[in-house]
Every structure is written in C-alpha cells, then in structure tokens.
Design a protein around this ligand. Structure first.
Ligand code: NDP
Length: 268
C-alpha cells in the first residue's frame, strides 16, 4: 500500500485527507493519505524517507523551505520557488506547485487583462507567476518593502501598501486579489479609503481565505464587484496533486474530487 501525507503547522484543520482518501477509495487505488504536524522543516528529508511516503503535500509555512531540499523542481514551481506537492522517485524528492493552477482555474474563463495582487508571500508568488504566464499584467503591493524584492527582481510593478501612488489608485484593475493573511484577523490589507477607491474601478475581488466571513470581500460587494473566496483553490490544487501522486489522468480524478468537495462544502 502506498502512503501519502500533508505536512504543515497547524494541520488539524486540513481537509486534504478527506478529499484524497475519498478519491483513492473510489478509484480503487491501494493507498492512504494522512496528515502530519511538522514542527520544523529541519531534517524533513530524513523524515519523509523514514515514513515510507510515496508523496506529500506541503502547506503553511514550509512551501519555500521544502523547495530548497528538493532534488528536482518541475514546471512553474521553478519560477515560484515554493512547492506544495512532492513525490519520491528513485530515492530523490521531486517538487511541484499546483497552487498556481489551483488559483488560476477560478478565473480562467473571465476576461482578465490586468490584476492587482496585495501581499508578497508564498501564495502571492504562485499567483503572480501564473497570471504572468497567461499574459495578464500584474502589479504587486505589500505591507513591507523587504518581501517585494522577489517581484522587483522579476520586473513586476510594485509599491508599498501605505504609499500607493495616486495614479495607481485611479487605475482600472480587472481583479484585485488579497493574497495576505489580513482577513484571518478581520482586517483590510490596505487603508480603507485606498481600497474603496480601487474597488470603484474594478470588476472582481478575490480573497485566498475561505471558511469564514471575509471583510475584504464584504467591502468589495458594497461597491458592486463580483467576489470569489479561496475555497475552490483548495479543490483545484488537489486534483493535479493527486494526478502527480498516482499518474492517473486529472479527468478521472475530477468528478470524484468535486463530489466529495461538495459534500464537505455544501455552500459552494
Ligand atoms: P505568507 O505568510 O507567506 O505571506 C503573508 C503576506 O501577507 C505577506 O506579504 C505579509 O506582509 C502580508 N500580511 C499579513 N498580514 C497582513 C495585514 N494585516 N495587512 C497587510 N498585509 C499583511 O502567507 P501565504 O502567502 O502562504 O498565504 C497568504 C494567505 O493565503 C493565508 O491566509 C493562507 O491561508 C491563504 N492561502 C489559501 C490557499 C487556498 O487554497 N485557498 C492556498 C495558499 C494560501 P509582509 O511581507 O509585510 O509580512
């Protein structure tokens, strides 16, 4: 029997075991998926091999640390520098990033030409890279200057949240994405006036958080924007991840994953 796991801290809330185990069962694959509370990424390599895992998902706050210990990094993960999916192959660890496509699936059928991404952490990197791959202009704003260096080095237009130029406040963004953890603490990622000014001219607001009322999306709704939360991003990153684990085509995984997702998220 093959064994898979999700590693993170905290991890008890993770819905990944439910999603993956249901599909493994429905596809009659001799494998199980569990979760593991990881206190530190130090010695992860030894831990991963000693547990006899065939693959794993990586979540907060280790996606960048684990990318650094992979023997090989595939696809868009190379540009992002963070992995959320790893497999064991010939005693090597191979890393992938399915968060990027998991995000993009939410908006691929919308006509988006330019985007403002607020936040400069791991998920912001995944989002900005997949948007750029799809020829969407991206501007990145962040609370602190330090974490903007990644984006500056790659030629993105950037600014600091508290110093957004007037010309940017008046720009029409097709989508404004909150890729910060502000909503978890019921705060807005930008100053209220600035955000409202940006919402006046925008069409869609996206917040990566899911599972609770979101002050960012509530504010966007009052300005008439379409809103999207992060719940489907979880589903759409899990489908390609399980395909990487099992070598089974995503089309066979998708209906089962969508079914169990709907059961555990009846409001989506
Ligand atoms: P990181 O810790 O890597 O980055 C957090 C970012 O948020 C930083 O840029 C930080 O700014 C900024 N930030 C934090 N608090 C505030 C605040 N109060 N106001 C303004 N900016 C703030 O986190 P991730 O990028 O990995 O994740 C971000 C969020 O996305 C998390 O809430 C996570 O749960 C969610 N997420 C959801 C996913 C899904 O499947 N739906 C997948 C991945 C993430 P600074 O640089 O100044 O510290």
């Amino acid at each position: 029997m093959k064994l898979f796991a999700v590693f993170g801290n905290p991890i008890v809330h993770s819905k990944s075991p439910i999603l993956h185990n249901y599909v493994l069962y429905r596809l009659k694959i001799d494998a199980r998926y569990t979760r593991y509370l990881l206190d530190s990424s130090k010695d992860f390599r030894e831990l991963f091999f000693s547990l006899g895992l065939s693959g794993a998902n990586i979540t907060l706050p280790y996606k960048e640390d684990i990318a650094n210990i992979c023997d090989e990094i595939c696809g868009i993960a190379q540009k992002i520098g963070a992995v959320n999916t790893i497999i064991k192959k010939d005693n090597k660890i191979i890393g992938y990033n399915t968060d990027a496509i998991g995000f993009y699936k939410n908006i691929e059928d919308r006509n988006i030409k330019n985007a403002l991404v607020i936040g400069a952490g791991g998920s912001s990197k995944a989002i900005t890279m997949i948007l750029r791959e799809n020829n969407i202009n991206v501007m990145v704003s962040n609370r602190s200057k330090k974490n903007l260096a990644f984006f500056d080095a790659r030629g993105f237009e950037t600014c600091i949240n508290d110093e957004i130029p007037e010309s940017i406040k008046k720009r029409e963004f097709d989508i404004i994405i909150n890729a910060t953890s502000s909503s978890i603490n019921d705060t807005l990622p930008l100053q209220k006036d600035d955000l409202e000014s940006l919402f006046e001219r925008s069409k869609i607001a996206f917040d990566l958080m899911y599972g609770k009322k979101c002050i960012f999306l509530e504010s966007a709704k009052t300005k008439g924007l379409d809103t999207i939360d992060g719940s489907k991003m979880l589903l759409y990153q899990a489908i390609p991840a399980l395909s990487i684990f099992t070598n089974i085509d995503e089309s066979a995984i998708k209906p089962h994953m969508e079914y169990i997702y709907k059961i555990i998220n009846p409001n989506n």
